[in-house]
Design a protein around this ligand. Structure first.
Ligand SMILES: Cc1cc2nc3c(=O)[nH]c(=O)nc-3n(C[C@H](O)[C@H](O)[C@H](O)COP(=O)(O)OP(=O)(O)OC[C@H]3O[C@@H](n4cnc5c(N)ncnc54)[C@H](O)[C@@H]3O)c2cc1C
Length: 414
């Protein structure tokens, strides 16, 4: 049984941030990761031309304050500052249709209404409560909620939305956000392909039981996604029912990206966006030519993405072809070929994409983040009150947990 000061469970953005802080402090620690790679929901793969494709996080949200921006700059990694297509009305070809213009106005008005209501309200109704009666674009409002929160408005806490802080500045890393995060953890001590099954914190030391043996530690940082905590995929002894129930109040929404090779790429304007439909919730958002590349990134969310995941990978491609055929013709759509897709709900070590507080459950984030006995710490995007669902939120919670764990180790001699 190996013995460490701190064991970090999970090598995603939070676990890597914690590991780096522990390393800088000279602590004895080990990161234990179930997958055969680090990064978790930050996941870059090579595209057909070798250029990076982000199947998980892609945007440095609140970029000018985002710690990953500084990490990129310090590492000499180039940052792309092109504003994202959702901040402008820019379609890939021709002019937006009158319905697209009206739908965009409806989205903006709804967002403002929701922000106002959320900031001043004392109750925590579902966000769907604020859809104006008879709203013709109610389907699109729900679709956008599935892209933003991973779930439909009826499942979204307005209080949680109001707490989210975003500067509105969004940058990207052409070589991949996932690659940047994994690069930050490249020289950390990580044991890959080692799922943690049980954490026994009943004795003076904590026993972390994995498939390849038990590790002991004086402090442990758990960074796994809420879907896994709620399903009690790691057993705690003594049990931690408050953590399981807080995680259940913060379920993982679902967002999946499908990349398609774009035929006749030069005839489409780079960095533009189109909704498959502005009248349905069951639709995708298509980002044309990200970084100017001959690709389309199709974004699917919520219950619709779950449905497609169950139907298999081809269902995503069929849906994209059908929606884009309606706009650019059947011949064009036939020539769209899939390049990469990741199904995050089916992913054994995630179970979804990013957390969303159910109505009435915004305070579960603080409950989840509270340490147990000042030696068992929780981190990960869902623990962030102001930057949840993001890679920088995960980073900040990882740093906070590392500071707590270091204090725990110092105050508890072996
Ligand atoms: C499609 C998509 C798009 C996104 N877009 C953005 C974006 O543009 N910008 C942004 O900021 N964020 C975005 N996100 C969210 C962002 O990727 C996540 O919030 C962040 O990466 C979460 O990091 P984490 O460390 O909290 O969790 P994770 O990355 O899930 O890390 C937890 C780690 O724990 C491991 N693990 C799980 N169970 C066990 C176990 N039993 N034993 C050992 N290890 C275990 C997992 O394999 C994983 O590596 C997106 C996510 C997705 C899926």
């Amino acid at each position: 049984m190996a013995d460490y000061g701190v064991v970090v469970v999970g090598a995603g953005a939070a676990g890597i941030a914690a590991g780096r802080a522990l390393k800088e402090a000279g602590a004895s620690f080990l990161i234990v990761e179930a997958r055969d790679r680090i990064g978790g929901r930050a996941y870059t793969v090579p595209g057909p031309d070798g250029a990076a494709i982000d199947l998980g996080c892609g945007w440095l949200h609140s970029a000018e304050e985002n710690p990953w921006s500084n990490i990129a700059m310090d590492a000499g990694v180039a940052i792309d500052r092109t504003p994202p297509p959702w901040m402008r009305m820019a379609v890939p070809k021709g002019a937006p249709t009158p319905k697209e213009i009206a739908a965009t106005a409806a989205l903006r008005a709804f967002r403002q209404h929701l922000d106002g209501a959320a900031k001043h309200g004392i109750e925590d109704p579902p966000a769907s409560h604020f859809i104006p009666p008879g709203e013709p674009y109610a389907g699109l409002l729900d679709a956008v909620s599935t892209f933003y929160s991973g779930t439909e408005l009826r499942n979204v806490s307005v209080r949680d939305l109001a707490r989210f802080e975003d500067t509105g500045v969004n940058w990207r890393v052409a070589t991949g956000y996932g690659a940047l995060i994994a690069g930050h953890g490249a020289d950390l001590p990580v044991r890959l392909a080692t799922p943690v099954r049980r954490i026994d914190h009943s004795g003076p030391g904590i026993r972390v039981e994995t498939d390849s043996g038990t590790i002991s530690a004086r402090a442990v940082i758990v960074t796994v996604a809420t879907a896994l905590l709620a399903a009690e995929r790691i057993a705690f002894s003594p049990a931690l029912p408050d953590k399981a129930s807080a995680a259940a109040g913060l379920p993982l929404g679902l967002a999946d990206k499908l990349y398609l090779a774009l035929p006749d790429a030069e005839s489409f304007t780079a960095e533009t966006r189109l909704f498959g439909s502005v009248e349905r919730a069951e639709t995708a958002a298509y980002h044309f030519r990200p970084f100017g590349r001959p690709l389309v990134e199709a974004y699917f969310g919520g219950a619709f993405a779950h449905q497609l995941e169950s139907a298999g990978e081809e269902a995503f491609v069929d849906l994209a072809r059908t929606e884009l055929a309606a706009r650019f013709g059947a011949d064009f759509a036939r020539r769209l070929h899939p390049v990469a897709l990741h199904r995050w709900a089916t992913d054994e070590w995630a179970g979804g994409s990013y957390s969303c507080a159910l109505p009435g459950h915004a305070d579960d984030r603080a409950i989840l983040a509270t340490p147990v006995d000042e030696r068992l710490f929780f981190a990960g995007e869902a623990c962030s009150v102001r930057s949840y669902s993001t890679a920088h939120g995960a980073y900040e919670t990882g740093l906070a947990a590392a500071a707590g764990a270091l204090a725990a180790v110092e105050s508890r001699p072996r």
